[in-house]
Design a protein. Structure first.
Length: 203
């Protein structure tokens, strides 16, 4: 009698283990599909970004400086491009920063002017595949950031500071020195709990 009960208990445990294994396999398949879809979406976006960057470079070169070209990407006005050779980054800069525009490209935060005096603050997602600002953690003091404006001016900025701060720290929007051209890069880290800040100035 005991042997029969023991056998029945073992069978139930095996069945439960099999069901649990099947559930885990299904969850894994769903996760792989979701990750694959996201990767495919990012890949398409990166290809579209390359095309618009090429268009910007072409339009800027062929434009009359008295009349700036109006360039848009995914419904947002483009105000320039950012290039960081060290991490193979080149994106259009969108004039507006919101949840939707951040999914499309690098965005301006605040009212900084591209290659103007003051601080131009740029935000980008920290994607695991390294796109957008997913690799700016590799940057160090002395590395260079290149910004092209729609006047055709390309200004090189040299990184002088890198730190982590609180999401509510608005002081990063301010220039560190008056009368200089500065660029600040912002991205999320630690599960959106903190912000990685990269500061650079002309020269």
């Amino acid at each position: 009698m005991r042997s029969s009960k023991h056998s029945e208990s073992s069978t139930k445990k095996i069945k439960f283990s099999n069901i649990l294994l099947i559930i885990l396999i299904i969850v894994a398949i769903v996760l792989i599909c979701v990750i694959g879809a996201k990767y495919s979406e990012r890949k398409k976006n990166d290809e579209a970004v390359k095309e618009v960057v090429s268009q910007i470079n072409n339009d800027v070169q062929n434009s009359n400086n008295d009349e700036l070209p109006y360039i848009s990407y995914e419904g947002y006005q483009v105000i320039g491009t950012i290039q960081i050779s060290k991490i193979n980054l080149e994106y259009p800069i969108l004039i507006e920063s919101n949840e939707d525009s951040l999914n499309k490209s690098i965005t301006r935060v605040g009212d900084g002017t591209v290659n103007g005096i003051g601080n131009l603050t740029l935000a980008g997602h920290n994607y695991i595949d390294g796109s957008m600002f997913g690799r700016i953690d590799e940057l160090e003091n002395g590395d260079e950031i290149s910004i092209l404006d729609l006047n055709g001016n390309r200004v090189t900025y040299t990184i002088f500071d890198k730190f982590v701060t609180d999401p509510n720290d608005v002081s990063v929007l301010e220039p560190t020195e008056e009368g200089t051209r500065e660029v600040t890069l912002i991205t999320c880290i630690n599960g959106n709990k903190n912000r990685l800040i990269i500061k650079a100035r002309e020269g």
